[in-house]
Design a protein around this ligand. Structure first.
Ligand code: SF4
Length: 225
């Protein structure tokens, strides 16, 4: 089990403004800078990951460390994969009260700050992981509720792989299998022969965080029976 607690989250106003789709010299710059100065010292982003063996993959069910996952898409994604890295990353709970009580503009800025901090947390983890992979391998990430055909309810199974680490990080699942706090991400990472993004199977229009175009041929291959 590995925890990362010291994650660089020294953001600047230009980065936040760019993420909001605004020019770096936008009139909100002073507001963003002031919020960053107030909030960044309070934030405690965290990452947890571990290494687990895939004990079974029969094309319908995947068993990892005694925990069953039922998703044909997950099974196809993990075809030939013997080791996975269950992970959990969070921007933390510290800014949640500000999100709940601030004005709309402040909310938008704080939401963006938390999203960027979460991205930094993921990068801190993936950089470490990729360094240990053979050159020809690609890092692939899959998440319940994000990978088409892997239901969000399987978060409950995924959290069993964490062995209580989520409690140390104060990240919990609601009855609907949504993570509390928001700006947390959970899933599996693994080394694969080819690059793959879950967005290639997702048909959601106008997603602001899309990382790859929808691929109809891949969708047909992964989703069809
Ligand atoms: S397109 Fe958006 S919603 Fe769909 S998988 Fe990618 S990031 Fe998630």
């Amino acid at each position: 089990m590995t925890f990362l607690y010291h994650i660089d989250h020294d953001l600047g106003a230009p980065e936040v403004l760019r993420r909001m789709g605004l020019p770096e010299d936008h009139k909100y710059k002073a507001k963003v800078a002031s919020l960053l100065e107030e909030l960044l010292p309070q934030v405690r982003p965290k990452v947890f990951y571990c290494q687990k063996k895939v004990a079974l993959n029969d094309g319908e069910t995947v068993v990892i460390d005694g925990v069953d996952f039922h998703s044909r898409t997950l099974a196809k994604s993990l075809d030939g994969v013997t080791e996975v890295y269950p992970f959990l990353a969070t921007a933390g709970r510290e800014l949640i009260p500000y999100l709940q009580t601030s004005r709309m503009l402040d909310k938008m800025i704080i939401d963006t700050i938390m999203e960027l901090i979460l991205n930094r947390s993921l990068m801190a983890f993936t950089d470490k992981l990729v360094n240990g992979f053979p050159h020809e391998k690609h890092l692939v990430q899959v998440n319940p509720g994000s990978l088409v055909g892997w239901d969000i309810e399987e978060q409950q199974q995924l959290f069993k792989l964490y062995g209580g680490a989520n409690e140390a990080m104060k990240v919990y699942l609601t009855e609907k299998s949504v993570m509390d706090p928001v700006k947390s991400v959970s899933g599996l990472m693994f080394a694969a022969d080819g690059a793959f993004e879950t967005c290639e199977l997702c048909q959601r229009a106008d997603c602001p965080t899309r990382r790859a175009e929808f691929d109809p041929a891949l969708f047909e291959k992964m989703i069809s029976t």
